[in-house]
Design a protein around this ligand. Structure first.
Ligand code: FES
Length: 265
């Protein structure tokens, strides 16, 4: 005779644990470093965007990405690669006012950065097995977080801005060939890796298709984008570093603090 199967007693409620966490490892290291990394970039980029100096190395033709595109009469001669359709801008407006809000929106709504700042800054939750301090969770269904759903539109604009940064890097070769050209190029390559590995780009290339077999070209592009997508977090951090390094390099060269290593003049 078959033995009767025991039905487990359903748990009535979750275990009552008053401690915020039972974890004994240093779970707070990752949120701490994430916060420090993001704060470093925000402070650096914020200061530099408003400085209005040290953004164009005239002799070498290097333009920092933090001031691109520069399209007003306030831009120093040579730095406006697309002309100056606008007059003088008041001092409190960054010269790259056209691109900065979109780039900020692109990064703020990025799937990876969302995860990073939700966990590390918002502490929602700070780590696995660590209770969050918030009593309520409404997800991204109402203002302001519903704006996160606009990510794909920021992606379209960011794509164009990456094209502009690429143009800046190519134009820089008019001044010869130096270490700064490699810095600008390296930054642009990483920016493309970050932009093309975006989840929205994955959707643009392969989304809404019922049959990959009937769309071999899109399937191939989607496959490559998906491959890049697995490294999106790394590109997110690498581009923060490359943007700061590129800007710092242009700043130091343009103010004659260091001289550019020239290969061809
Ligand atoms: Fe990160 Fe789009 S840029 S998901």
């Amino acid at each position: 005779m078959a033995s009767p199967v025991e039905t487990p007693t359903p748990a009535r409620s979750r275990a009552r644990i008053s401690a915020r966490t039972l974890r004994t490892d240093r779970w707070w290291i990752q949120p701490l470093f994430t916060t420090l990394g993001l704060a470093t970039f925000v402070v650096y980029a914020g200061i530099r965007s408003f400085m209005r100096s040290g953004y164009w190395a005239a002799e070498e033709h290097y333009l920092t990405p933090f001031y691109s595109p520069c399209i007003s009469d306030s831009c120093v001669p040579g730095s406006a690669h697309f002309g100056t359709p606008l007059g003088e801008l008041p001092g409190f407006i960054p010269l790259a006012f056209l691109s900065l809000p979109f780039l900020l929106g692109f990064r703020l709504t990025c799937y990876y950065y969302r995860k990073a700042y939700y966990r590390s800054i918002w502490l929602s939750p700070p780590a696995c097995g660590v209770a969050e301090p918030h009593a309520k969770y409404t997800g991204e269904t109402r203002l302001p977080l519903i704006v996160q759903n606009a990510h794909r539109y920021f992606f379209y604009v960011a794509f164009v801005i990456t094209l502009i940064n690429t143009y800046d890097a190519i134009v820089a070769f008019q001044g010869g060939f130096g270490l700064g050209n490699l810095v600008l190029l390296g930054n642009v390559v990483l920016l493309w890796c970050y932009t093309l590995s975006c989840h929205s780009c994955r959707h643009v290339t392969g989304g809404r298709l019922k049959h990959f077999s009937r769309n071999p070209v899109r399937y191939r592009i989607w496959t490559q984008v998906s491959r890049l997508n697995t490294r999106h977090m790394q590109f997110a951090w690498l581009t923060l570093a490359s943007l700061m390094i590129t800007d710092l390099y242009v700043w130091l060269v343009s103010t004659n603090t260091i001289s550019d290593l020239r290969f061809i003049n």
